[in-house]
Design a protein around this ligand. Structure first.
Ligand code: SF4
Ligand code: SF4
Ligand code: SF4
Length: 236
């Protein structure tokens, strides 16, 4: 049975413990960054930040509301990035059968920047990033080394609020549904983000665009490419 995350954004305090735990576990170097007037730092995902706690604020009536979104690869059930990558060079993106983890391999250093951009555009959540020095494609790998050793992903292990959850897909779907029903009593717009398509299931208490442009799969000009990649993967 594949594994899934359930990320309950209604519990997130934006402490960024998950973001730092990810960097620490993978010994990812620091990024040069600067304060841009927001709690979100660095400004975007990059080759050395597989996880980013996104922050936005909106005026709702006469109140300022904060929205926190711990962004990472969704480990799609049928990953469009793999479908796209297979047309470039097989083995650049693989999916672990036991867990469902989608992994970018060292083979990614063999493809061109244009081919990387093609793969990036196939992702409905704008996740893939590239190390410009080495050409290595980078993103969350579901802490596959920890999970295979029976441990929790680092970001789940450190989360102090219960936002980050991880386990068998069926259990996570059941937990997500239970929390959704509870949250909907006070937040009627609450929703789960594409739960049938992904192994990283977010609970949002409000309209998805208030959290992040790519909090749910984008219906954009990218869609046709995503659809072809997804269909190709299903038929493989
Ligand atoms: Fe949110 Fe948990 Fe990450 Fe803190 S560690 S930012 S509470 S998801
Ligand atoms: Fe990083 Fe592991 Fe969490 Fe993915 S699962 S965001 S690789 S700590
Ligand atoms: Fe691939 Fe994007 Fe899905 Fe992650 S979220 S598995 S990078 S298509």
């Amino acid at each position: 049975m594949s594994k899934s995350f359930f990320i309950d954004t209604t519990r997130c305090t934006a402490c960024r413990g998950c973001q730092l735990a990810c960097k620490e576990w993978f010994e990812l170097p620091a990024n040069k960054t600067k304060q841009l007037g927001t709690h979100q730092n660095p400004p975007d995902l990059n080759a050395y930040n597989y996880k980013l706690v996104r922050f936005s604020e909106h005026m709702i009536g006469d109140r300022v509301e904060w929205y926190f979104f711990p962004d990472q690869c969704r480990h799609c059930v049928y990953p469009p990035c793999q479908g796209a990558a297979d047309t470039v060079l097989e083995g650049v993106v693989i999916q672990d059968e036991a867990t469902g983890a989608v992994i970018f391999t060292e083979k990614s250093t063999q493809i061109s920047k244009d081919d990387f951009e093609y793969i990036r555009e196939s992702c409905p959540y704008d996740i893939p990033r590239r190390d410009e020095k080495t050409g290595r494609m980078a993103k969350c790998v579901m802490c596959i080394d920890r999970v295979q050793a029976g441990m929790l992903p680092a970001c789940v292990k450190v989360c102090p609020t219960g936002t980050m959850n991880f386990g068998d897909r069926e259990d996570m779907l059941a937990l997500a549904q239970k929390r959704l029903e509870k949250v909907q009593k006070t937040h009627p717009n609450a929703m789960l983000a594409n739960p049938d398509d992904v192994n990283v299931i977010y609970l949002l208490a409000d309209a998805p665009e208030r959290y992040h442009t790519h909090s749910v799969a984008q219906a954009s000009p990218r869609s046709r490419k995503q659809l072809f990649a997804s269909v190709r993967n299903r038929l493989a």
